[in-house]
Design a protein around this ligand. Structure first.
Ligand code: SF4
Length: 426
C-alpha cells in the first residue's frame, strides 16, 4: 500500500503522524510524498481554532480532488469532536477518534501491529525516513486542567503517560535509525507521570533518557508553566538537553488569567522564568499569547503587554482568540471584536520580531552547534543548508559537502528574514 500522511496542528500531532509513518514502513508499506501517488491518505486533524478545523477539512477535500480513487482516514482532535462533519466529506472512508488512534495503522492495513515497532531495525527504510534528523516522541496525552478556552481537553480526555521504559525504547530505536534529536511531546508534558502518582515524573523521564540513551540532542516541547518539580532546571547541566523552553503564558494580566482558569499568575510565572534563566545560561524562552480573550479590556491588554515586555521573551506565538464550541469561554459575555483582536495581534507580533532579533544579536559572533536538517539548494559555492541551534534558532550556511543530519560547530553571523547566517567550521 502507498500511504500519504499529513497533519495539522501541534507537535503532538506531528509525533503521532511520524509514529504512524514508521509503523506503515515497518510493515512494508510505502510512505509517499505526493497525494497523487497514494492509495490511502491519513490526516491527523486539529480543532484548536476555527482556522485549524477549516484547514483540516480543506486538506481532506484537496486530497480527494487530487486522487479520487484513494481512500481517506481521518483522526485527531477535530475527528474526535465533530466526526459527522468529517464523515460527510468526499473520499473519507473512516473517522477514528483519539482513543483509537494508536490502532489506526491496523485499521487501515487490516494487519495486526498496533504499537510502535521497538525492535532493532535491520530492514531498509525508504530514503524519506532516513533523511529525518529530528523525531517527535509522544510521552503524554490528555490533560486534567480546565482552561476555559481549550478544546483540547474535550478532544483528548484526561491526562495519561506512557511508561518510561516505553519512551526510552522508542528514543533508542530512533537513535538506531540515525536520528540526532528527539523532541518529547505531550498535551501537558509537565504533568507527565501524575496519573502514575509521581510528582517529579517529567524529571525522572528526562533523567532516564539522558542516562540510558545516547541521543545527541533531547528537546522538550511546550511546557505549561506549572507542575515542574523543584530543581527541574538542574537537568540542563547535561548539554544534550536543548536550551529552549516554550512556556505558554496566554496572558500577562492576572484578571484575564483567572477568567482563562490558568494555574499561574504574574508572580508565579516571573519566579519560574527567573529560576530557569539563572540555571541555564544561553536559554531561549518563548511563549504563547492569546489576544482578545472574552472580556479583555484595553487596560487588561496593556497590563499583559507590559508583563510580556518585562519577561523579555525571545519570541512569541500570538493567537487571536477563537471561540470553540463546548468551551466555557465561548459562552462568556463581552466577546472582543475581530478588529480589536487584529490590532492587538499586530502590536504583539511587532514586539515578537524585535525580541527574536535581540536574541539573534546576542548569538552573533558566537560559535554554536547546529544540527543540519535540510539542503534547500545547490549553488556553485556549495549546498545551502538549513538547521537549528539547540536553542532553536534557524541557521543557514553554504558548504561544499553535504552535512545533512550532522551536528557541526558553526560561527554565527547576521540575522535577516528570520534566519541566522552561519559559517560551518570543518
Ligand atoms: S493546560 Fe489548559 S490549555 Fe493546556 S491542554 Fe490543558 S486545558 Fe488545554
Amino acid at each position: 500500500m502507498k500511504v500519504h500522511l499529513r497533519m495539522v496542528g501541534c507537535r503532538l500531532n506531528q509525533s503521532e503522524i511520524d509514529s504512524m509513518a514508521r509503523q506503515f514502513q515497518g510493515m512494508g508499506h510505502e510512505v509517499v510524498d505526493r497525494p497523487e501517488d497514494a492509495d490511502h491518505f491519513v490526516l491527523n486533524t486539529c480543532a484548536v481554532t476555527q482556522e485549524a478545523s477549516k484547514t483540516s477539512r480543506k486538506l481532506a477535500r484537496e486530497f480527494h480532488r487530487s486522487n479520487p480513487q484513494a481512500e481517506t482516514t481521518v483522526t485527531g482532535c477535530y475527528a474526535q469532536i465533530a466526526p459527522k462533519e468529517l464523515d460527510a466529506l468526499p473520499g473519507v472512508s473512516r473517522v477514528i477518534g483519539n482513543a483509537d488512534k494508536d490502532e489506526l495503522v491496523s485499521f487501515v492495513t487490516g494487519e495486526g501491529i498496533k504499537v510502535f515497532d521497538s525492535e532493532p531495525i535491520e530492514r531498509t527504510l525508504p530514503a524519506q525516513s532516513l533523511s529525518r534528523t529530528r523525531a517527535f516522541v509522544k510521552a503524554q496525552d490528555g490533560c486534567d486542567n480546565e482552561c476555559t478556552f481549550c478544546v483540547t481537553t474535550i478532544a483528548r480526555g484526561r491526562g495519561r503517560s506512557r511508561a518510561i521504559d516505553e519512551v526510552l525504547r522508542e528514543v533508542n530505536t530512533l537513535r538506531q535509525l540515525g536520528y540526532q534529536e528527539a523532541v518529547l511531546t505531550g498535551v501537558h508534558l509537565g504533568s507527565y507521570g501524575q496519573d502514575q502518582g509521581l510528582i517529579d515524573g517529567l524529571a525522572r523521564l528526562v533523567q532516564a533518557l539522558l542516562q540510558h540513551s545516547d541521543m545527541p540532542r533531547l528537546r522538550l516541547s511546550s511546557l505549561e508553566p506549572w507542575d515542574l518539580a523543584p530543581g527541574f532546571f538542574e537537568l540542563w547541566q547535561d548539554p544534550r538537553l536543548c536550551r529552549h523552553l516554550h512556556l505558554p503564558l496566554q496572558s500577562g494580566c492576572d484578571a484575564t488569567l483567572k477568567r482563562m482558569r490558568r494555574n499561574t499568575n504574574q508572580e508565579a510565572f516571573r519566579a519560574l522564568v527567573h529560576a530557569a534563566r539563572e540555571a541555564i545560561p544561553g536559554l531561549r524562552i518563548t511563549t504563547d499569547v492569546i489576544v482578545g480573550f472574552p472580556g479583555e479590556t484595553d487596560r487588561e491588554f496593556a497590563t499583559s503587554r507590559a508583563f510580556i515586555e518585562e519577561m523579555s521573551f525571545d519570541g512569541l506565538h500570538v493567537f487571536r482568540y477563537s471561540s470553540r464550541p463546548g468551551t466555557p469561554a465561548s459562552r462568556m459575555k463581552n466577546q472582543v471584536s475581530n478588529q480589536v483582536k487584529r490590532g492587538r495581534s499586530a502590536e504583539l507580533l511587532a514586539i515578537s520580531d524585535s525580541m527574536e532579533e535581540n536574541f539573534a544579536a546576542r548569538l552573533a559572533g558566537t560559535q554554536q552547534n547546529v544540527l543540519w536538517e535540510q539542503i534547500t539548494a545547490a549553488t556553485p559555492e556549495g549546498f545551502v543548508h538549513n538547521g537549528y541551534t539547540d536553542n532553536y534558532m534557524r541557521v543557514k550556511a553554504v558548504h561544499p559537502r553535504n552535512l545533512s543530519n550532522r551536528i557541526c560547530v558553526t560561527d554565527l553571523g547576521e540575522f535577516t528574514d528570520g534566519v541566522i547566517h552561519g559559517t560551518v567550521r570543518l
